[in-house]
Design a protein around this ligand. Structure first.
Ligand SMILES: Nc1ncnc2c1ncn2[C@@H]1O[C@H](COP(=O)(O)OP(=O)(O)OP(=O)(O)O)[C@@H](O)[C@H]1O
Ligand SMILES: [Mg+2]
Length: 261
């Protein structure tokens, strides 16, 4: 630890100690499609970054490279100053450090809600059973579904299942949480209950990357908006600046379309 205090924006292109996720010149192709093009992105510890952009612009692929669900063709990605591991135990550890919440909740259907939140703790973190159970119960309480602990996922609403999925990711004590359109499969009346859990996480200081079309969430919770188009980061700005005064034509065009809804 250095005794020099470093503020979030004190760093230049070199990574500063508070930089938790660093992507340097990342490129990826799917066949002929150049899906990520020269991506440079640095996320500080405690920062909430909302990623928006048209369908097919590479937002999900970007998220998936950060926990190495997708490999990259060139460039570097580091989490907490460590390059992403290739495989094996270290990769499992990385996946545990990077919590991911998808549009579809991916809970284990044949396990109870409580067991779903205990499983990773038991298998990956090797937490003793009672401790894992206590922690799972506390996390279910934190996301507002403590009374659903002994039900099976199919017995819960979509909003409740997504909150369980968030609790399950949090059970691993992740360094960063990635959310890929966590509310887009939900009925409208269930969106807010999930967004509120995410708002609370943000206030608690969790480092978050959130792909979402929920512009209200972006305005109120994000420190920064990253706008992607055609595999590139076209624009990055504080939410106020981005929404009120987008610089690029592509961002203006995108905002005019989504704000009509
Ligand atoms: N496994 C894959 N194989 C081939 N092409 C892929 C694969 N995954 C994604 N793509 C393509 O890469 C591009 C970017 O996809 P991605 O899912 O990252 O976009 P997105 O910004 O998340 O879009 P959406 O808003 O629709 O979720 C798209 O053209 C998509 O068809
Ligand atoms: Mg996507």
């Amino acid at each position: 630890m250095s005794n020099v205090s470093v503020t979030k924006d004190a760093g230049g292109p070199e990574s500063a100690p508070s930089d938790l996720v660093v992507l340097n010149n990342v490129n990826k192709h799917f066949g002929a499609l150049h899906v990520l093009q020269d991506i440079d992105l640095t996320i500080a510890s405690g920062e909430v970054v909302v990623v928006i952009g048209p369908s097919g612009s590479g937002k999900s692929t970007l998220c998936r490279t950060i926990n190495r669900l997708e490999t990259i063709d060139s460039g570097h990605i580091a989490i907490d100053e460590k390059p992403l591991p290739e495989e094996g135990k270290e990769l499992a550890q990385l996946r545990a450090d990077v919590g991911m919440v998808f549009q579809s909740f991916n809970l284990f259907a044949h396990k109870t809600v409580l067991e779903n939140v205990m499983l990773g703790q038991l298998k990956v973190r090797r937490t003793p059973k009672q401790e894992a159970q206590d922690k799972a119960q506390a996390l279910l309480d934190r996301v507002g579904v403590a009374n659903q602990a002994h039900k099976y996922p199919a017995q819960l609403s979509g909003g409740q299942q997504q909150r369980v999925a968030i609790a399950r990711a949090l059970a691993m004590d992740p360094k960063v949480m990635l959310f890929d359109e966590p509310t887009s499969a939900l009925d409208p009346e269930m969106i807010n209950e999930v967004l509120e859990v995410m708002q609370q996480l943000a206030r608690d200081g969790m480092t978050m990357v959130v792909v979402t079309h929920e512009m209200g969430f972006a305005r109120s919770a994000a420190n920064r908006v990253v706008f992607m188009s055609d595999g590139r980061i076209v624009e990055e700005a504080a939410p106020e600046q981005f929404f009120n005064n987008p610089r690029s034509d592509r961002a203006k065009d995108f905002l005019s379309k989504i704000l009509q809804h």
